[in-house]
Design a protein around this ligand. Structure first.
Ligand code: COA
Length: 384
């Protein structure tokens, strides 16, 4: 297998983008990534999108995106794994370059979620749960994560304040990210006073509904060197799955798919959690970040709340998490989020993350997941 580098990054505007269509969001991000990479042609396109059908009535997204980018004719594949679609697209693009099948691959993610009403968006998202056993009986994603939060609180003594601190931290980071959907200064009280969505989760524990796209250009490391680009290497990628229905899990609070994906990524990179300088993790709800840092081995099972409260995950902490603002503040256009996490890793590793730049960013990790972690991809990137 060949070594693979990320040489280009791009993002569209994120938020409520009423003036942009699904395809235009993709093109905006894709053109920025091509410009950043300094290449005008790609051999192949892989695009992550969770539900163009339910959000926009649009399927068959691969060729549509290739055409509107002015690259009709190239192989173009849409991949779907709910909110992990962007992560699975990244792994697919990585394998395509590593195997020698293609030299320059664009990996993109796109979702346009605000074309439908809030309840229709909730219904579309619920299609990523076990529909027959969960969504059909009325439970939504905020409801499913509320059950995980309640179980974590009862089993480990995690407090409501600790959950709120995840949102406070991620919004603090988002204030330093011009690309974030929400620029809000919060404190714990603001989170606890926000409207209840699904007990114990309030509005400010939840990621929002977002329109947006992100794109990357991947190529072999030797091509990156030939082009004189900063070499950000993909050192490890793991992908794993779990049962969709929470009721079928041995433990509600353990994200088994994330733990397995991490084990594979760490094994491939030859490093462990201690050697990771910073990470972007899937904080679709505050409790999700707490379970994710545990699954990734950054702290012991059950200690994610305490780990957050002690400041380890803050920008100046021992393991900064979600320096971009995470899904909570940056936004969560579901198919694009896994790709945008890689954009943040590359910015940090290049040293171009502006006000949120970490002083010692040499190796970063991204963890994305679908549903209540029925699929997860973990990627490790390193500055060469
Ligand atoms: N964080 C911060 N502010 C938010 C927000 C969020 N997650 N969601 C909405 N807002 C703000 C809006 O900007 C709006 O502010 P304004 O009144 O100043 O304009 C206000 O709250 C009400 O927005 P609205 O769109 O009416 O909220 P809603 O009640 O329809 O939706 C949620 C709120 C939390 C239910 C919705 O964002 C949601 O479903 N989030 C979870 C998405 C999800 O499940 N993703 C997949 C996870 S795996």
């Amino acid at each position: 297998m060949r070594e693979v580098a990320v040489i280009g990054i791009g993002m569209s505007k994120w938020g409520e983008c009423w003036r942009s269509s699904l395809r235009n969001l993709f093109v905006e991000a894709a053109r920025e990534a091509l410009k950043d990479a300094g290449v005008s042609k790609i051999d192949s396109l892989v695009v992550g999108c969770m539900s163009g059908g339910l959000f926009n009535g649009q399927e068959h997204i691969g060729p549509l995106c290739a055409d509107y980018l002015g690259m009709k004719g190239i192989p173009a594949t849409r991949v779907e794994s709910a909110c992990a679609s962007g992560g699975v697209a990244f792994r697919t693009g990585y394998l395509e370059v590593a195997s020698g099948a293609s030299n320059f691959v664009m990996v993109a993610g796109v979702e346009k979620m605000t074309d439908v009403s809030g309840d229709q968006a909730t219904r579309a998202l619920a299609a990523a749960s076990d529909f027959e056993y969960e969504a059909y009986n009325g439970i939504t994603f905020p409801g499913l994560y509320a059950m995980i939060a309640r179980a974590h609180m009862e089993r480990y003594g995690t407090t409501r304040e600790q959950l709120a601190l995840v949102s406070v931290k991620n919004h603090d980071n988002g204030l330093k990210n011009p690309r974030a959907q929400f620029h809000l200064k919060l404190d714990v009280n603001a989170v606890l006073r926000s409207v209840m969505v699904a007990d114990p989760l309030h509005l400010l524990d939840c990621s929002p509904i977002t329109d947006g796209a992100a794109a990357l250009i991947l190529c072999p490391v030797e091509e990156a060197r030939r082009l004189g680009k900063p070499v950000i290497k993909i050192r490890g990628i793991g992908h794993a799955t779990d049962c969709l229905a929470l009721a079928q899990r041995a433990e509600l609070t353990r994200f088994e798919a994330a733990a397995r994906a991490a084990e594979k990524a760490y094994g491939m990179a030859g490093v462990g959690p201690k050697e990771i300088d910073f990470a972007e993790v899937h904080d679709c709800f505050s409790i999700a970040e707490i379970c994710a840092v545990e699954a990734l081995g950054f702290c012991e099972a059950g200690q994610g709340g305490k780990f957050t409260q002690e400041g380890h995950t803050a920008l100046g902490g021992s393991k900064p998490i979600n320096t971009s603002g995470g899904l909570k503040s940056k936004g969560h256009p579901v198919g694009a989020s896994g790709v945008a996490q890689i954009v943040e890793l590359v910015e940090q590793l290049r040293g171009t993350a502006g006000q949120r730049q970490l002083p010692k960013a040499r190796r970063g990790l991204a963890q994305i997941m679908g549903g209540t972690c029925a699929s997860s991809v973990v990627s490790i990137l390193e500055k060469a």
